[in-house]
Design a protein around this ligand. Structure first.
Ligand code: SPV
Ligand code: MG
Length: 295
């Protein structure tokens, strides 16, 4: 099945599905091996992995380069966090063209202005996109895709920016009508009251995606009760690796010795396995003259 079709099925499922953040080839591969059905290519963590801020400091083609490695390393669909689409409708539709060429299954765009800022930094201070303009962007993206199953998720930032339920509903409905495949409702509250209020009024009109980074203590069953289609665990591989890298760097720096560290880190063989080194060895036997004889 095509990656796009797989993502479409995930987004239209009755029960919540879960996708996990990755930010490069190896983390994408780990997400797939773990059993997840899809990957969230997070803007926050891809920029963090490049050592820059989540303010479109990495150019969109630099993000594409990372995505290409992630896509080549995996067979499950990738949903790109495409920020605002990196400009107006024209930039966004060109993005869709390039994503399809790289076998990326879908993209999520948010109704803010380029260059964006992460939703958890001064959310209230961030202006939202004009609704009509944003709807034009959605239409342009949907008109551009060649594969009918390519997914455009639109993310409503009205709760984040402090505009409340009415504006959130107004925007979600406008984006649905403009052709979005699903609506991501973002909230920075530590409880789920905003999402609950939205789901009540929304009444199953169209698939809904959530990112429970701040309301992490809410049991997953609640998402099911509310009728949510897709849950994104948006940044946890990056956060896990920061803790692990800090700990190991500190220990090696302090001890000037690897003895106590060796058992705590992945083996070199594990790196080779994740890189599929064996496949190359087999291919060399098949394609490289003299390789068989040498052994
Ligand atoms: C991301 O993972 O980059 C997201 C989610 O957009 S959030 O950081 O919550 O805005
Ligand atoms: Mg983001």
């Amino acid at each position: 099945m095509k990656k796009t079709t797989k993502l479409k099925e995930i987004i239209q499922s009755n029960d919540p599905e879960f996708i996990m953040e990755a930010h490069n080839g190896i983390s994408a591969k780990i997400v797939e091996e773990t059993g997840f059905k899809g990957i969230w290519a997070s803007g926050l963590t891809i920029s963090a992995s490049l050592g820059v801020r989540d303010n479109n400091e990495a150019s969109w083609t630099q993000v594409l380069d990372v995505l290409e490695f992630m896509s080549d390393a995996t067979s499950i669909p990738i949903l790109l966090d495409g920020d605002t689409g990196y400009g107006n409708f024209n930039n966004a539709r060109r993005l869709v063209k390039k994503l399809e060429q790289r076998n990326i299954a879908g993209v999520c765009i948010e109704d803010k202005l380029f260059p964006k800022t992460n939703s958890f930094i001064n959310g209230e201070a961030q202006p939202l996109a004009d609704i009509e303009e944003f709807c034009g962007k959605i239409k342009a993206m949907k008109d551009t895709q060649q594969d009918d199953d390519f997914i455009v998720v639109t993310r409503v930032e009205a709760f984040i920016a402090g505009w409340g339920l009415k504006e959130t509903l107004r925007r979600a409905e406008a984006y649905r009508r403009a052709g979005a495949d699903a609506i991501l409702i973002h909230s920075k509250r530590s409880d789920i009251t905003e999402i609950e209020a939205f789901m009540k009024e929304w009444n199953g009109r169209h698939p809904v995606v959530i990112v429970p980074t701040k309301y992490y203590s809410i049991p997953t069953d609640r998402f099911k009760e509310l009728g949510i289609q897709l849950v994104i665990w948006a940044n946890h591989n990056m956060r896990a690796s920061i803790v692990a890298m800090k700990n190991i760097s500190r220990q090696v720096y302090r001890e000037k010795n690897l003895m106590n560290v060796e058992g705590k880190v992945a083996t070199i063989e594990e790196i080779f396995r994740l890189q599929q080194a064996e496949e190359l060895e087999a291919a060399e036997k098949k394609y490289l003259p003299g390789k068989k004889k040498m052994e």
